[in-house]
Write a protein that binds this ligand. Structure first.
Ligand SMILES: [Zn+2]
Ligand SMILES: [Zn+2]
Length: 315
């Protein structure tokens, strides 16, 4: 922490929910870069959620003057070239003690709406091809700060997992629709809210893995309706509550998979976009990934999807 801020810190009142040394707490805004966006937007009102640039970005903006050591195109792949994009932090509450389950439903809905607005803004940039918001909750999921937050990253390339999902939509079938049909047939639906459903996917990587997605095709979370935002907020709070009742203190990751941005040559064609369902994948981190998982990409799980779903429904 820099000495520059010592004065302002000494005046901080240590009211309930505020830590003097936490950059994400209300009252410590000078410890972070200025907001990119906040909720509510009017700065006269106290913020309930805000998005700031990550101080330690894992991707960097492309600079026209920057000399980068890019590899020749013949051998450059997304894994071997510099990663360009945008890396934000979403501070999901001004209160240090808040958890997803302690935050009010309307404030939690505001968090998702703020993320939607930020990704919508990034989708208009010519240099970016895809964006996600993801959460690391708990040390086993990679969290380094305890104050409630997520991260939002936009990239100038389509990452391999998204390319694979896009490729799966190439034929006449629709894997997203199939997953939903299988969930109904195998009794692995956990909860529903409006047009959104929370299911245990057919091949789970961990017990109690959950996907949340709209029942009808919708390529872009950033263009979704207010009703879907409300439903997503409700379902995420409900399934996290269920997970915590089943495995108190469980760490987990979640991430948003929406389609790559459609705007220029190289964008996914309309036929694939018309079949895409944006989705949130929620992966509890109950067991470590070990040699077999790392060697093969196959996952060993100790609970059948139907049993995970049954326990989640009843929790
Ligand atoms: Zn804090
Ligand atoms: Zn996915």
């Amino acid at each position: 922490m820099s000495n520059t801020h010592s004065d302002c810190l000494s005046f901080d009142s240590l009211s309930s929910g505020t830590r003097a040394d936490c950059p994400f707490c209300a009252g410590n805004e000078l410890l972070t870069p200025p907001d990119i966006m906040r909720m509510p937007a009017a700065s006269a009102q106290p913020w309930r959620a805000r998005i700031i640039p990550n101080r330690f970005p894992i991707v960097e903006p492309r600079s026209p003057t920057q000399q980068t050591a890019e590899l020749p195109p013949s051998i450059a792949t997304p894994a071997t070239r510099p990663a360009h994009g945008v890396h934000d932090v979403v501070i999901e509450s001004p209160n240090h003690d808040h958890t997803i389950l302690a935050i009010t439903p309307s404030a939690w809905r505001d968090v998702w709406e703020l993320c939607r607005q930020r990704i919508a803004l990034l989708s208009e940039r010519e240099d970016l091809l895809w964006a996600t918001v993801f959460k690391n909750s708990g040390v086993h999921a990679g969290a380094s700060l305890e104050h409630l937050h997520s991260q939002l990253i936009a990239l100038d390339f389509i990452p391999p997992l998204l390319a694979a999902e896009l490729e799966a939509l190439a034929g006449t079938g629709n894997p997203f629709a199939n997953v939903l049909t299988v969930a109904r047939m195998t009794d692995t639906v956990v909860a529903e809210a409006g047009d959104l459903v929370a299911i245990v996917p057919p091949a789970t990587r961990q017990p109690f893995e959950i996907w949340i997605l709209p029942c009808h095709p919708e390529a872009y979370f950033h263009a979704t309706s207010a009703a879907h935002i409300e439903a997503l907020a409700s379902l995420t709070q409900r399934v996290v509550a269920k997970l915590q009742r089943l495995v108190p203190g469980a760490d987990y990751n979640w991430w948003l998979h929406q389609a790559p941005f459609a705007k220029r040559t190289g964008s996914p064609e309309a036929a694939r976009l018309s079949k895409w369902h944006w989705h949130l994948e929620i992966l509890p981190r109950l067991a470590s990934f070990a040699g077999f998982e790392l060697a093969t990409g196959c996952h060993v799980t100790t609970l059948f999807p139907q049993e995970s779903a049954r326990r989640l429904r009843e929790a």
